[in-house]
Design a protein around this ligand. Structure first.
Ligand code: ZN
Length: 294
């Protein structure tokens, strides 16, 4: 604990900790937010958005009908009961577009909608990757705080298995250090959802890091053996994993249907349905400069 106190008092972290103590979790307190935003915009310009901002507004306008929907965060999903409503776990996986995520969190606030925003800890905007290390950008905390202040839950978009294999981080220690950092920054995190990403192409899955998914095994990569599935979601410090929340309808912006198909499916849900609605902010950027409803 002392080392965290010293660190958060502004003393340098590196001389106090070796990489092994935090599983590779370090903090960069100097890179300014404006530089990170510019870099993210340049990066995102390479990716076309699937759907438009107007498509997104149509979707959240539908969700704003409180007679029909109860829209909640993952942390509340297993305890909230509203059999006369369509209960929606409103999930946002911020893979590539955190600044656009903030914009969405503002629009949702205007409509009294609450959801979960998951921050990808292997993303470029998250930090600088070095062998065995991820050096988190503290400046980005302003975004997570604004999203939280807009009424939403901040959670972790888990890429631990992938980071272990490709970057040499220790998943258990890294996750403990990251959660301690969020707590100390006044952003307590209780939930996580798994990211797809690079290891899916290798036939692996980030969910396997957790024993709850019953995929215990070992994977050999570049001569090293990595065991997985030995510790639970709870052991890692979380109260829930989004894929394990019980839903009878799953809708997302990465399914075969388009934005109007998604809206149609949402409208077809019935009271008593428990719906997981997954959006990726990067897919709803087209024409985003058109101003939304005030
Ligand atoms: Zn993802």
């Amino acid at each position: 604990m002392l080392k965290y106190l010293l660190f958060f008092a502004g003393l340098p972290l590196v001389p106090l900790l070796s990489a092994g103590d935090t599983g590779g979790f370090f903090v960069d307190k100097t890179t300014p937010l404006a530089a990170l935003q510019q870099a993210n915009e340049r990066f995102l310009a390479r990716y076309k958005s699937k759907f438009s901002w107007q498509d997104y507004l149509a979707l959240i306008d539908e969700l704003a009908d409180t007679k029909r929907y109860k829209v909640i965060a993952g942390e509340d999903f297993s305890t909230v009961s509203a059999p006369d409503k369509v209960v929606v776990y409103f999930r946002h996986d911020m893979d590539l577009a955190p600044f656009h995520g903030v914009k969405m969190s503002r629009e949702e606030k205007k409509r009294n909608l609450r959801g979960s925003y998951y921050v990808l800890h292997s993303a470029r905007y998250y930090g600088t990757k070095k062998p065995g290390k991820m050096i988190r950008y503290a400046a980005m905390d302003a975004l997570w705080k604004e999203i939280r202040d807009n009424g939403h839950e901040i959670g972790i978009h888990n890429d631990l298995f992938s980071m272990q294999l490709t970057n040499g981080i220790d998943p258990v220690k890294f996750q403990a250090a990251e959660l301690a950092y969020y707590r100390a920054a006044g952003l307590p995190v209780t939930g996580t959802v798994c990211h797809g990403g690079v290891i899916n192409a290798w036939g692996l899955n980030n969910t396997w890091i957790f024993s709850d998914f019953r995929k215990k095994g070992a994977y050999t990569h570049k001569g090293k053996v990595y065991k997985y599935g030995e510790r639970s979601v709870k052991d890692f410090g979380f109260t829930y994993e989004g894929y394990r929340l019980r839903c009878n309808v799953r809708l997302s912006d990465i399914s075969k249907y388009d934005a109007s198909g998604l809206l149609k499916r949402l409208k077809a849900c019935k009271p008593g349905d428990k719906v997981s609605l997954l959006l990726h902010p990067c897919h709803w950027r087209k024409d985003a400069s058109v101003s939304g409803k005030k």
